[in-house]
Design a protein around this ligand. Sequence first.
Ligand code: ADP
Length: 245
Amino acid sequence: MIIFDNVTKKYRGMSAPALDRVSFTVDAGAICGVVGLSGAGKSTLIRCMTGLERVDAGSISIGGVNVSGLRGAQLRTAQRNLGVVFQHFNLLSQRTALQNVMFPLEIAGVAHGEACDRARELLDIVGLSDKVNSYPSKMSGGQQQRVGIARALATNPKVLLCDEFTSALDPINSKSILELIKSLNADLGVTVLIVTHQLSIAQQSCDRLIVIDEGQIVENGPAQTVLASPKSRILRAMVTTLTWS
Ligand code: ADP
């Protein structure tokens, strides 16, 4: 479960806060989309969740742990509850797929043999058992993102945070990565937060939808309900970009 409770974050020198009293809850096992245009506050929300930025007020709880008050070793331990999937994959180019997935386990102090077995198992789950010894440069974007997802799941996190994770992929690979996320959610029970500027990505994958505009939440509810009757100016504009099937 993810709980944002009245989170405010204001950067020095900025007149308006990047996040303004943001409150929402994502139930365990849900797939929730956070959608907003450029400058809405999405990256700030992610950085506050991962501990890269500290909130000025309010709190963020992930899997029952209040991460917004933590620092140092306590923060690093709590971060194992949160797997992050990045837009540009962020794989280590000198490491094979297997070694990339093993990386967070090595940092967590997991024994080599155990880390290797876990990484193989995850690469199998994401459909890459034949790419275990491949380097990122020899893999397609879609395959690299599958490695990124396997790596994010390595420490068995309760929450998977997907940051614009399909933006660098073509529509076919994008759809297949979304299908993978849905099956991981169903099979592993991991809670998924998809942060994106593309409403279509949320439309295809999310059961809940939050829309953020100028640091404030302007929509929050079941995805179908929110999309069927947008209340905010921003979502009304974004809905016109969707194709319905
Ligand atoms: P998004 O990811 O939705 O594009 P951001 O979280 O990056 O939005 O930005 C939200 C607001 O905060 C914007 O007005 C942006 O200019 C401002 N902002 C983001 N990062 C910084 C920073 N490091 N210093 C000052 N202002 C920032």
